[in-house]
Design a protein around this ligand. Structure first.
Ligand code: CMX
Length: 423
């Protein structure tokens, strides 16, 4: 048994008892209420689900298992996975055991490549990634064991599926990149490298310590963002029907592919490149301000700005921004992103609609990827997905461990609401 599985096996019975006792003692206590505005407004702020892997505080941003994200930027993504699942950072031995486990599961089956090769050449890389995950569903340990296993074993089968998906996802994602952008044949994994560095290797980017660090940082920062966002919530809902991790994660990632969610990084870099092209380099503050207004006046959003929960600069943006200032301060793309950071909040405040005028994670990530040679920005959400799969899968395993019920909130009709409020 791997040390991660061992640790979870020790923790889970206690967790189950804790939740059972909490619900028994306080099950009828009210923790939230719902207004008409919230019912029509994407349930914003309604507290109706539980997620223990991370929380997002409006004034602080992402906190993973009690640790603010800015204190985790030097960690490896594998350490974050261990932290998400168990609440503790791994010891050196536990880290090594997890890395070996992931590495032993890295081979992507040949039929996945056949399916992807049959897709139209202009398929979006996200459609290719999600298809690649979904087509592997036939290998689900959870689905195979379902009819014979006890409920108390669900987490164990879900963990097997999760580790298989995470072991393969970097190779799959790198293969999608090389296939979609005709970069030549696939590059096999290099077992001596950590998860993030290996991804750089398989993508075929220039392999330097700086590129490795950038990728590790990227994979750490995007790993989780509590449970209510579109991708996590979707993965949770699909998984709550006891659909296995392949179904649940690919569903969640389909949500991440939306321009108001993970695709915003592609949109944001697209905007930045358009700016550079129009002005033949980094624009002046006035030129960029005018372009932001053009965007807003044509009814579009400024991608990478605003957030459903955050009300401050996203610390994940800060982490990317700090990395960029240190390593690529002279790069035109980074300089334009930097200028947008000065301009966009002012414009959004004056515009007066967005509750949060500050940048989110998607405002800063693209410039770094572009700088390190990953120029095909429709691919960026795939990188986000590789990282976010860690959070979604951790939440899924914990939910199967706790026996979380099938999701079924009550919907009401507009006629019912009118009657209820006496409209
Ligand atoms: N540019 C222009 N208008 C914006 C805006 C932005 N960046 N952010 C919010 N607004 C607008 C909304 O569209 C909304 O307008 P309407 O009233 O006309 O519908 C109004 O301001 C109020 O929205 P809000 O309550 O501040 O924000 P929401 O919780 O509804 O939406 C989000 C949050 C992220 C979808 C929104 O800020 C947005 O569209 N941002 C740009 C896209 C983006 O960066 N998404 C990535 C988010 C992070 C992630 O999930 O990866």
């Amino acid at each position: 048994m791997s040390s991660l599985k061992e640790k979870l096996a020790q923790q889970i019975p206690g967790l189950r008892e804790e939740i059972k006792a909490l619900v028994k003692e306080y099950g009828d206590r009210v923790i939230s209420e719902v207004t008409v505005k919230q019912a029509y407004g994407g349930m914003r702020g309604v507290k109706g689900m539980v997620c223990d892997t991370s929380v997002v505080e409006p004034d602080k941003g992402l906190i993973i298992r009690g640790i603010p994200i800015l204190e985790l930027t030097e960690k490896l993504p594998e350490e974050i996975l261990f932290l998400l699942l168990t609440g503790d950072l791994p010891t050196e031995e536990e880290l090594k055991s997890l890395q070996q486990d992931l590495s032993s599961r890295a081979e992507v089956p040949g039929y996945v490549w056949d399916v992807l090769a049959a897709m139209p050449k202009d398929s979006h890389p996200m459609a290719m990634l999600d298809t690649g995950i979904l087509v592997m569903q036939r290998e689900s340990v959870f689905a195979a064991r379902y009819s014979e296993m006890a409920k108390t074993e669900y987490w164990d089968a879900a963990l097997e599926d999760a580790l298989n998906i995470l072991g393969r996802i970097t190779g799959l994602a790198a293969g999608v990149y090389r296939m979609r952008y005709e970069k030549g044949s696939r590059i096999p994994p290099e077992p001596s490298l950590d998860w993030g560095a290996n991804y750089v290797h398989m993508l075929g980017l220039e392999e330097t310590d700086e590129t490795y660090s950038m990728m590790r940082l990227y994979l750490v920062l995007h790993s989780d963002h509590e449970g209510g966002n579109v991708s996590a919530n979707t993965c949770h809902t699909v998984g709550s029907a006891l659909s296995d991790a392949y179904y649940a994660v690919s569903a969640g990632l389909n949500g991440l592919a939306g321009p108001l969610h993970g695709l915003a990084n592609q949109e944001c870099l697209g905007f930045v490149l358009k700016v550079i092209e129009r002005f033949g380099g980094v624009p002046t503050e006035k030129q960029l301000t005018d372009m932001c207004w053009e965007l807003l006046n044509s009814g579009q959003v400024i991608p990478g700005y605003g957030h459903a929960v955050l009300r401050v600069v996203d610390p994940r943006f800060t982490a990317f921004h700090n990395f960029g200032k240190k390593h690529c301060a002279d790069d035109d793309t980074f300089k334009t992103v930097d200028l947008l950071f000065q301009v966009a909040p002012k414009v959004l405040k004056e515009h007066g609609k967005a509750k949060n005028p500050w940048p989110n994670v998607d405002a800063g990530s693209g410039a770094l990827l572009y700088h390190y040679g990953l120029k095909e920005f429709p691919y960026y959400t795939v990188l986000f997905s590789v990282s976010r799969a860690m959070g979604m899968l951790s939440q899924l395993i914990i939910n199967r461990a706790l026996g979380t019920a099938i999701t079924r909130p009550k919907s009401v009709s507009t006629a019912w609401i009118k009657q209820q409020v006496g409209a």
